[in-house]
Write a new protein. Structure first.
Length: 106
């Protein structure tokens, strides 16, 4: 009987952990390009995604890719020396397509 009383709570803990971890949170791959006002790609732009607290940087051609981004509205912060720091809100539907973001010089 003592064995059953020990195993039963353990079973429930494992069951709830499995259910909680399985969740229905949908994610997507966020990708795009950052350009200046003349349409030229910007390398080294710091992109911060607040929802997952992650910083990434654009490549030489201004491109970026972030995996496992929650499919909800996202706050994206862009920062590069000699350009205005910007915050952009992107709705969930726009996350599914490639983003083209523009930074304005100071």
């Amino acid at each position: 009987m003592k064995k059953v009383l020990f195993i039963l709570p353990l079973f429930f803990c494992l069951a709830f952990t499995a259910l909680a971890g399985g969740g229905n949170l949908k994610t997507t791959e966020l990708k795009g390009q950052v350009l200046d006002q003349q349409g030229e790609p910007l390398a080294g732009v710091k992109i911060h995604l607040a929802s997952i607290d992650k910083d990434i940087y654009t490549d030489f051609d201004g491109n970026f890719v972030v995996e496992n981004v929650p499919l909800t509205e996202q706050s994206i912060q862009l920062e590069l020396i000699s350009f205005e720091k910007q915050e952009i809100l992107v709705d969930a539907n726009s996350l599914k397509s490639e983003l083209h973001l523009e930074l304005k010089s100071r």
